[in-house]
Design a binder for this molecule. Structure first.
Ligand code: UD1
Ligand code: CA
Length: 471
């Protein structure tokens, strides 16, 4: 008896994930991306598409995860290996190498030795990064509640171009999926599409896969053909229609990559706003998926925050700032600046037009101001580097004032050398500190000096030509 779409009189059984494996198809060559990088490694909101697939797979808490690799298999395998920890995957997934890229049906066929141990398998495409846990959960529930052999996640799209179409009988029963390349004009006009996510009974896969024939120019085995095959044997197949059509977006081209990026970014911004972050102009704000922002932070227009970044409570990120892999404490003010792999501690002020480079720690209550660059340096509590300075490989203590235009000359042509400026020191404007060099506690350095020797604590160093006034 075939399953009639929409029937809901069968009691829902709990998802028995202990018998379910997840198989992620990631072997395809991604020709339409026109890229040297394997398609599944193209990032969306800071993480490769494969990462998003692994994360949703892991959320289902399946008995095991398999990843089918093929095109640039070694590269994909290595990259995947680095993702498990952040996807909360404890048991390493199994890699299945698809020797010849003969289509999605062949990819699953090659995985049967792995799948045999399980009752059911959720098949995901690594190029469908927007699929949500909720949709997969309902898909599994629907499948189990109706004892289907195969259930696919479908969506209705205004523009179904490029996707497999779900063909139903007048009664609404799923008859088959027809790929666009082989669809008749009438079939191509159908707006319900196959998202590429499915759940199968493994026994049905074993039976059905044998019968899939080669199709199209590339003589590929379409996994989607299995639905018609199972149905012809009297098996129950169905489609679970997601109400959230954008989830089905598949990425085959850079145009679709950009569309997926836009959707995921919008989701991230909405999550942040609902958790108490003000985002003044979501349309011009780009925030990656691993960014954590605390309540009452304010993000102004044209801000980009990427990598693993953390922004503290009540901190304001001013317009046109670009931040990557930063940790910014509470109540900081970042004005139109570039910050990379650095830490800014509470109540510090940065910018406008500052560049804080990797391995720098600024603050608390410190200030790096207009047109100043800081690299691999510590700027201690309450210290100020307010104007036009370069601070590289320096350790600056507390309550230090660095005058406008001061430069740490850290590079001697061969190696980088350290500058130490101890607590309470006052460095006048336009000073060159030729490293390695140390300015002691509460010492002062006269404006315009070029300091090549250590300055003892509390001393006044003057290292410049005396002024001569000729009349
Ligand atoms: C596929 C579906 C289509 C669906 C669409 C959703 C088939 C035949 N078609 O089309 O019905 O609407 O996804 O986005 O499945 N892959 C392998 N080995 C291969 C070929 C592909 O692992 O030999 C993987 C790819 O890496 C990809 C997935 O299978 O993750 C789908 O392949 P792709 O070529 O992108 O299929 P579509 O044409 O998008
Ligand atoms: Ca695809």
């Amino acid at each position: 008896m075939a399953f009639i779409y929409g029937r809901n009189d069968i009691p829902v059984k709990p998802v028995k994930n202990s018998q379910i494996a997840v198989l992620i198809l990631a072997a395809g060559s991604g020709t339409r991306m026109e890229s040297d990088l394997p398609k599944v490694l193209h990032p969306i909101c800071g993480r490769p598409m494969l990462f998003h697939a692994l994360r949703v797979a892991s959320a289902l808490k399946p008995a095991a995860i398999g990843i089918v690799i093929g095109h640039q298999a070694d590269l994909v395998k290595k990259a995947a290996g680095g993702m498990f920890k952040d996807c909360a995957i404890s048991k390493p997934p199994q890699f299945i190498v698809q020797k010849k890229l003969l289509g999605s049906g062949n990819a699953v066929l090659e995985s049967l030795p792995f799948l045999k141990k399980f009752k059911s398998v959720v098949v995901l495409c690594a190029d469908t990064p927007l699929i949500s846990y909720e949709s997969l959960y309902s898909l599994i529930q629907n499948h189990q509640a109706h004892n289907n052999l195969a259930t696919l996640l479908s969506a209705k799209l205004l523009n179904p171009k490029g996707y497999g179409r779900v063909i139903r009988s007048p009664l609404g029963e799923v008859l088959k999926i027809v790929e666009e390349t082989v669809a008749t004009p009438k079939e191509a006009a159908v707006s319900e599409i196959n998202s590429g996510s499915y759940i199968f009974e493994v026994s049905a896969l074993i039976e059905g896969l044998k019968e899939i024939g080669a199709k199209g120019e590339k003589k590929e085995h379409f996994l989607t053909d299995i639905l018609e095959i199972l149905r012809s044997k009297g098996g129950r197949i169905a489609a679970h229609l997601t109400p959230n059509a954008e989830e089905a977006l598949g990425v085959n081209t850079r145009v679709q990559l950009a569309a997926a990026e836009r959707v995921m970014n919008r989701r991230i911004l909405e999550r942040l706003m609902l958790s108490g972050v003000t985002i003044k102009d979501p349309g011009s704000t780009h925030i990656d998926c691993d960014v954590d922002i605390a309540r009452d932070a304010v993000i102004e227009p044209f801000v980009m925050i990427s990598g693993k970044s953390k922004i503290g409570k009540k901190t304001r990120i001013g317009a046109f700032s670009k931040l990557s892999n930063v940790e910014i404490g509470p109540e900081c003010e970042i004005e139109m600046s570039r910050l990379d792999s650095c830490r800014i501690l509470e109540k510090s002020e940065i910018g406008p037009f500052s560049h804080i480079r990797p391995d720098s720690v600024v603050g608390p209550k410190a200030r790096v101001g207009n047109f100043s660059e800081v690299k691999a340096s510590r700027i201690g509590m309450g210290s100020k580097v307010s104007h036009l300075s370069y601070i590289g490989d320096a350790d600056i203590g507390e309550e230090v004032n660095v005058g406008a235009g001061t430069i740490t000359c850290n590079f001697d042509g061969k190696k980088k050398n350290q500058t130490v400026i101890e607590t309470g020191a006052f460095v006048g404007s336009n000073v060159n500190l030729v490293a390695p060099v140390k300015v002691g506690r509460y010492a002062r350095v006269a404006a315009g000096s070029t300091i090549t020797e250590n300055v003892p604590a509390k001393a006044l160093a003057i290292a410049r030509e005396r002024q001569i006034n000729k009349i």
